[in-house]
Design a protein around this ligand. Structure first.
Ligand code: ADP
Length: 227
């Protein structure tokens, strides 16, 4: 709570400065889920990472703050979901060439979708406000301060993006945000990710009870095994 209040007042005072450093986008997404994997698994919730293998592997920006937003959204998703799945998806589109030369500018979209309790329609608009919760029983049932989303929305705005939300009561929520930054498609990194040649042209039998997990693992296998 103290961290939240400090972050919030720093942002409101206009004193939060973002770092501009190259970071690995895939690792950032995977690490954000890894931190919360045990919590999700103890509730029996499927936690899925859906990456865009054709997109950039590295972006230039503030990885700590990006991870903070992702961890916050996934923590909420776990908190407000009793069963089903949480899918973190990352996809990028090219905006044009970057000023610095070799790199390209990308818009990267992140989505954290859950199959949880959802948010009532009349609360959607105000949910990013500070100290706002979906209903008065939330604090009693789930705890929290109502600052997390306010901080996320402001951090995303500082990163040149925008956060939106779609939610249906009883069906789940989908929090999305975009950031704009320079990025790098590293063929060397892609190469390191490939499975050994000896495994190419082999058949894979994939058995999984969850549709989203099956789709994501199929894409991952296609990416890793393509020579
Ligand atoms: P906190 O979680 O500390 O209450 P947040 O700002 O992170 O504060 O969230 C505000 C409110 O938005 C929550 O109290 C909850 O009512 C609602 N909310 C956030 N994420 C979700 C979600 N994934 N599913 C349902 N409700 C959510």
């Amino acid at each position: 709570i103290i961290d939240d209040i400090l972050d919030f007042s720093k942002i409101e005072a206009g004193h939060l400065e973002l770092e501009l450093r190259q970071f690995n986008l895939w690792n950032c997404a995977e690490e954000s889920l890894e931190i919360l994997a045990e919590e999700a698994s103890s509730k029996g919730i499927e936690l899925i990472c859906d990456l865009d293998y054709a997109g950039p592997t590295a972006l230039i920006g503030d990885v700590t703050r990006l991870r903070q937003v992702l961890v916050n959204l996934v923590t909420n998703a776990i908190k407000f979901t009793q069963e089903g799945e949480i899918v973190l998806s990352v996809s990028s589109t090219v905006l044009g060439s970057a000023e610095s030369g070799e790199e390209l500018r990308y818009r990267t979209e992140f989505s954290v979708r859950d199959t949880g309790i959802g948010i009532p329609e009349d609360r959607l608009e105000g949910i990013f406000g500070s100290f706002t919760q979906a209903d008065t029983s939330t604090t009693r049932k789930y705890g929290g301060t109502g600052l997390g989303l306010a901080i996320c929305q402001r951090l995303v705005a500082l990163m040149g993006g925008e956060m939106t939300l779609k939610s249906k009561i009883g069906e789940g929520s989908d929090f999305r945000f975009t950031i704009e930054s320079e990025g790098l498609f590293s063929t060397e990194f892609h190469h390191q990710q490939k499975a050994p040649r000896s495994l190419s042209k082999k058949k894979v039998l994939l058995v999984h009870g969850n549709d989203s997990a099956r789709r994501v693992i199929t894409e991952l296998a296609a990416h890793r095994f393509a020579v």
